[in-house]
Design a protein around this ligand. Structure first.
Ligand SMILES: *Cc1c(COP(=O)(O)O)cnc(C)c1O
Length: 398
């Protein structure tokens, strides 16, 4: 960590060097994937195996993800993106044409696209002011005879109100598809998200805490669901997955249903595996950066910081809320000082394609969407970089 410089690149972070070159000298990007020589070696080894597509390394990655999450009687099915994981989870949960899924509008559009890809309809729900996760009290009145599922997001890595979600789901017979793409490694009551509950989905896209460049995973309880997921993941083909896990192909097979081409290659899995070996290190670094940010900014007037000390949280982004309409000027001040920042999220109900969807009162979403900004958070960044970014936020408000 002491080796990292303002660009967030280290002598061994090859992606960091390439990216800071692309971003222009000295700028601090919002995201900075950490790709070390360990990852490059893993890729070279995977190429040497001579089986590039889905294969034994994919299987190994699924097992390692299961191990990391502390799964006992549950199974991991790896996919080529987090979005395809969400779509397959909805499909295996029985969601289809005409069904409604309650989902926060304060979200990345991947969730809504996964819903509409299956011919189902998103119903937009508000979030809570304290954790920016779904507001279960506001979700309940949105339930209609068509409602089949609820799809909460653990925004930024902080758990949503899971007790509320599961009690609502059991009272109304809904499936729960947890969007845990921000929360790989977050634990609730000592158990990592995905190791309990109904269905959970993860993403290993380029900017997530652990990356396989692109990738995702669904966690399911039922062995029957694993088989269905294997079929759907590979064009509805019934027998090939077992063969491919042995780096072979089935030449005789049947096609048993609608399927997609959503499987994860050996090469991507090898990257994911190498990253997973460093997940605990990445997470604890990110926790300490987030704590430092909170330390600098929690008492700053006009700013709301996340209400957590980040214990048991795997932080994907570090966000703050800037009050009194000052966000644009804070963002501008950071940018002119070489610090990139982002906005997660513009609410999905405002996009053209989703304007017609049913929605409840979204007053917290509307307010928070005008306040949130994302500060740079990297798995390897110097404490002095965090201090400098925080000081620029304070300066902008001063
Ligand atoms: C990253 C992400 C996804 C989807 O993941 P991809 O791997 O990019 O397809 C879904 N929802 C949210 C909130 C995300 O941040």
């Amino acid at each position: 960590m002491s080796e990292s410089n303002a660009k967030g690149s280290t002598p061994e972070n090859l992606a960091g060097q390439a990216l800071s070159g692309a971003a222009g000298c000295g700028r601090i990007p919002v995201f900075q994937p950490h790709i070390g020589v360990d990852t490059l070696k893993a890729v070279v080894d995977a190429f040497s195996l001579g089986w590039l597509g889905m294969g034994s390394i994919t299987r190994e990655f699924e097992e390692a993800v299961g191990c990391f999450l502390g799964l006992k009687d549950r199974h991991v099915v790896a996919t080529n993106t987090g979005t395809s994981a969400l779509q397959l989870a909805l499909a295996v949960g029985g969601i289809g044409p005409g069904d409604e899924v309650i989902v926060p509008s304060f979200n990345f559009v991947a969730d809504q696209q996964a819903i509409t890809a299956l011919g189902a309809e998103p119903v937009f729900c508000d979030i809570r002011d304290d954790n920016l996760g779904i507001d279960c009290a506001k979700a309940e009145p949105l339930i209609s005879p068509k409602t089949r599922a609820i799809m909460p997001l653990h925004y930024s890595g902080i758990p949503c109100d899971l007790e509320g979600v599961y009690s609502l789901a059991s009272r109304h017979g809904l499936r729960v598809i947890e969007d845990a793409t921000h929360a790989f490694g977050t634990a609730v009551g000592g158990k990592r998200i995905g190791s309990f509950g109904d269905l959970a989905c993860f993403s290993f896209d380029p900017v997530k805490v652990v990356t396989s460049i692109d990738g995702g995973a669904v966690v399911v309880q039922d062995a029957k669901d694993v088989e269905r997921l294997h079929h759907m993941r590979l064009l509805g083909i019934d027998r090939d997955t077992i063969e491919r896990y042995k780096n072979k192909r089935a030449w005789e097979y049947d096609v048993v249903g609608q399927g997609f081409r959503y499987h994860l290659s050996n090469i991507n899995a090898s990257i994911g595996l190498s990253q997973l070996r460093r997940a605990d290190e990445f997470i604890s670094n990110r926790q300490s950066h987030c704590r430092a940010y909170n330390g600098y900014l929690a008492k700053t007037r006009g700013v709301i910081t996340p209400r957590t000390d980040f214990t048991d949280i795997s932080p994907f982004i570090y966000y703050i809320r800037v009050l009194n309409g000052a966000r644009a000027s804070v963002m501008e001040h950071l940018r002119t000082n070489g610090i990139d920042c982002g906005i997660h999220f513009k609410p999905v109900h405002r996009y053209t394609f989703y304007k017609h969807c049913r929605k409840g009162d979204l007053s917290v979403t509307e307010r928070v969407a005008g306040e949130v900004m994302t500060l740079p958070l990297h798995s390897l960044m110097g404490q002095e970089v965090v201090a400098r970014i925080a000081s620029k936020v304070i300066e902008a408000l001063g």
